[in-house]
Ligand binder design. Structure first.
Ligand SMILES: [Fe+2]
Ligand SMILES: [Fe+2]
Length: 311
């Protein structure tokens, strides 16, 4: 039998199903026998099924109806989205480096890393939609310009870290973005602009689900420990933690990179998204999916983290 005609029941099953994230990635690689080519196909199908046009979305916005407060939301969103490209570029590079590091020791972990690096091309492309949509609206509405210096500053690349920590941080960053955009969509009056924010929020949820799937696969492999995911969640949820973004009393000054959530500007009388409870719930849910450990409060996250590190 030639290689081209080998039957593969599990692959056919997946191909015929609705496009979806491969949530049980470790199982798919080790038990179902999916290859990186199969996984790339699944990623492509899902990406294609979710594509939308920025040009068309902007055509539906009634610029005359956009309020002062809604313009402010758009302006903040455009600046925040500038930081996603360096995030995706860095993930691609880190995932490939980690893949090669694991290749001999654990080929399954190497394959998870390569699948993640491969998916980063879709993530990057989808975030380009968000960045250009919001910044184009700001330009058309003649809002405060984003200077080239700011653009270049916001493109600074995040320093490298452990891969499970990185994926958990990215999952949580998508949680915060998705909830913020959802909050915006709930108060924006213009239907076109509201639809854009809803679309972007849906994209961020899909990104969150991808990061959770890759992080879970690393934990399932046994090569990465749940404590790293809890460490990052604690960083966000502790008193004065990252989840409070630029509303914190002390925002760390960094020369290395720009955390978008530290740079949202709050202006007098303007609505700004918060919904901390919703963000917490989604972070607890993400931890459960990544590690299998249930937590239902910020204190439980801290206690679990302490237990896992053996304090
Ligand atoms: Fe985005
Ligand atoms: Fe995203």
């Amino acid at each position: 039998m030639s290689i081209h005609s080998q039957p593969s029941q599990s692959v056919e099953d997946v191909v015929e199903a609705r496009p979806a994230i491969v949530a049980e990635l470790h199982h798919a690689l080790t038990v179902q026998g999916l290859s990186l080519v199969d996984l790339a196909w699944e990623q492509q199908r899902l990406h294609e099924s979710r594509r939308w046009s920025v040009v068309e979305a902007l055509g539906a916005v009634d610029f005359a109806r956009v309020s002062e407060s809604d313009r402010h939301l758009v302006w903040n969103a455009g600046r925040a989205e500038l930081t996603t490209k360096p995030g995706a570029d860095r993930l691609e590079r880190l995932a490939d480096a980690e893949c090669r590091r694991w290749l001999e020791k654990d080929p399954t972990v190497a394959a998870i890393m390569q699948a993640c690096g491969t998916w980063s091309r879709y993530w990057n492309e989808e975030e380009a939609h968000h960045e250009t949509a919001f910044n184009r609206i700001s330009t058309v509405m003649k809002l405060e310009r984003v200077s080239n210096a700011t653009f270049i500053e916001f493109r600074k690349v995040f320093p490298d870290d452990d891969m499970l920590r990185t994926l958990t941080l990215l999952a949580i960053s998508e949680v915060v973005a998705a909830v913020n955009y959802g909050q915006c969509a709930a108060i924006i009056e213009d239907p076109g602009l509201r639809a854009l924010f809803k679309q972007v929020a849906a994209d961020e949820i899909q990104h969150m689900n991808n990061f959770i799937a890759f992080a879970k696969a690393l934990v399932d492999s046994g090569a990465y420990r749940a404590k790293e995911a809890f460490a990052v969640a604690h960083l966000f949820l502790r008193d004065g933690g990252e989840v409070h973004g630029s509303k914190r009393e002390r925002v760390e000054a960094r020369d290395t990179h720009v955390n978008w959530w530290d740079h949202l500007e709050h202006r007098e009388g303007m609505y700004t998204p918060d919904a901390l409870r919703k963000k917490e719930q989604l972070i607890f849910h993400a931890l459960k999916r990544i590690t299998g450990i249930t937590v239902d409060s910020r204190e439980a996250v801290e206690d679990t983290w302490m237990d896992l590190v053996g304090c």
